[in-house]
Design a protein around this ligand. Structure first.
Ligand code: FAD
Length: 483
């Protein structure tokens, strides 16, 4: 401490989501004597992960309470960074329940259809279209260099079109387009017409493939859930390694000033100025642009931040006395554009969300244009539309009466402004290399959107946080630690 108005650190991490906390954890794991601090704008840690205790029934049907994830929840065994972190922290996982019949209802369907095969029951022509579309898009994804997408021979063209136009080129049936529409709404919280096609391909390539993004089968993104909830991993990094006193909540960073020997940080709520040798900025791009940098960030880096809007996703959990869908032979999975609800339907994707102890629950998503429409309605209206849809898809009247219904509209939380990920607007991928240029003198940028491995996922956040920590460890000689 140099004076009452300043405090000195080796490293300050901005943002206590998975990425900022991983950076702090990895730094301290490698060098326990480093003085590391995490500054977080919200009054809680976890960023885009948060858990909430809900009333529910145990596997025998008795009253109970359990925690559910209202933000990020799924991890895949193919997602190396998060998988390794969970192992290091000794945090367990459990399988997403997928056994049983699945449901699909798209705009052109007069009723919900069920199927048990891998491919949905959308008719012979549409099934053939789905197969060829997946094959050709996967081939295209394989040609994308995630760390240099602009080197692709068709980069300029792909940058100029949206996912809608990409799909129009690769698919000819309405049903396949509707299926992708439902999936994209949940994955990005945006509609296909709002997402840059080249960015969509980079996102899939960084996850491995389109299949790995979409499915809940072994080796894909929805394969497992985290025991104890996703937010608990952040808390464990703090209690076991970082130390609660080194995480300052309700401290939004407003200014980052770089000098030859150090960086200074000013915040909205604290009068003191923080000094650090290095800083990790682990905030989503649209929020990074509200921090003042001196000297200013390169203009094209500012531009890519401004061209990356956050999606809009509302996540719903409904707990039930019994897993009625399983009793009726369903897995709990629904893919829908939900034409039965008024105007734009409420739901896009539904999954079984039963806890690791078997407390029955469903998780449902309202995303993109659906969230735009339903986000402005009252909770009662949304609740009624969601439960009606669930009950009609599965033809189970008990689904109208959950033990507890909870929803989280991420657009309404400060220092979030939507969810689950930032996308890139059409025409802006030409600035993307600036998002991937993560070192700016003494500042390292992290956050899932900056990752070349599973960008947009929890794993991408961990990957980016680890990358930032490793770069700082290379630059910070051991003898320079602040005592
Ligand atoms: C509903 C939902 C479902 C999702 N489902 C999945 C899933 O199943 N699997 C998966 O892998 N991913 C999922 N995701 C995405 C996943 O949650 C994110 O990729 C991940 O949490 C991002 O971590 P991050 O640390 O990069 O960013 P964040 O979690 O956004 O953390 C950034 C932190 O920075 C803070 N901050 C912002 N500005 C400032 C400032 N000026 N000063 C200080 N602090 C600031 C924020 O408050 C926040 O805490 C989902 C997300 C949502 C919302």
């Amino acid at each position: 401490m140099s004076s009452s108005d300043t405090e000195e650190f080796d490293v300050i991490c901005v943002g206590a989501g998975y990425s900022g906390l991983t950076a702090a954890y990895k730094l301290l794991k490698a060098r326990p004597n480093l003085k590391v601090c995490v500054l977080e704008a919200k009054d809680r840690v976890g960023g885009r992960t948060v858990s909430q205790k809900l009333k529910c029934a145990d596997a025998e049907g008795n009253d109970d309470e359990w925690e559910w994830d209202l933000g990020g929840q799924w991890v895949g065994s193919n997602q190396q960074a998060i998988w390794q972190l969970l192992q290091e922290l000794d945090v367990g996982t459990y399988k997403q329940h997928v056994n049983g019949a699945k449901c699909i209802r798209l705009d052109s369907d007069s009723k919900t259809l069920t199927y048990k095969s891998t491919l949905p029951s959308i008719g012979v022509l549409s099934t053939a279209d789905l197969g060829q579309m997946m094959l050709r898009i996967e081939r295209l994804i394989k040609t994308i260099n995630v760390t240099d997408p602009w080197s692709h021979p068709e980069a300029e063209y792909l940058d100029s079109i949206t996912v809608t136009e990409l799909l129009n080129k690769y698919s000819w049936t309405t049903k396949v387009k509707d299926m992708v529409k439902a999936a994209v709404r949940t994955i990005f919280g945006a509609d296909m017409s709002q997402i840059n096609a080249l960015y969509f391909l980079v996102y899939c390539a960084s996850a491995g493939s389109l299949r790995e993004v979409l499915e809940a089968t072994p080796g894909t993104a929805q394969e497992y859930k985290i025991k104890g909830g996703a937010q608990a991993v952040c808390q464990k990094m703090i209690t076991d390694h970082i130390g609660a006193s080194n995480v300052e909540l309700s401290t939004p960073v407003t200014k980052i000033e770089q000098f030859d020997e150090m960086v200074t940080i000013s915040t909205l709520t604290k009068s003191k100025v923080y000094h650090a040798k290095y800083v990790v900025v682990a905030t989503p791009p649209h929020l990074t642009s509200s921090i003042e940098f001196s000297p200013a960030l390169p203009y094209n880096k500012q531009r890519i931040h401004q061209f990356m809007p956050m999606g809009h996703l509302i996540k719903v959990i409904a707990t039930y006395r019994k897993a009625y869908w399983k009793i009726h032979g369903y897995s709990g999975e629904v893919v829908t554009t939900d034409p039965m609800a008024a105007q734009t339907g409420a739901l896009s994707i539904v999954y079984d969300s039963s806890s690791e102890r078997g407390h029955p629950a469903l998780v449902a998503f309202i995303g993109g244009d659906q969230a735009t429409m339903w986000g402005d309605k009252s909770v009662e209206e949304r609740r009624s539309a969601v439960l009606k849809s669930l009950s009609e898809h599965f033809q189970i009247k008990e689904l109208l009466q959950p033990i507890e219904y909870v929803e989280k509209d991420w657009a309404k939380e400060s220092y979030n402004g939507g969810c689950p990920v930032n996308t890139v607007s059409p025409g802006a991928m030409k600035f993307y290399s600036q998002l991937q240029a993560t070192t700016y003198s003494r500042v390292e940028f992290a956050g899932t959107e900056s990752s070349s491995s599973c960008c947009g996922f929890l794993s991408g956040a961990v990957h980016a946080g680890t990358r930032a920590a490793n770069k700082i460890l290379e630059k910070l000689p051991a003898e320079e630690e602040t005592s």
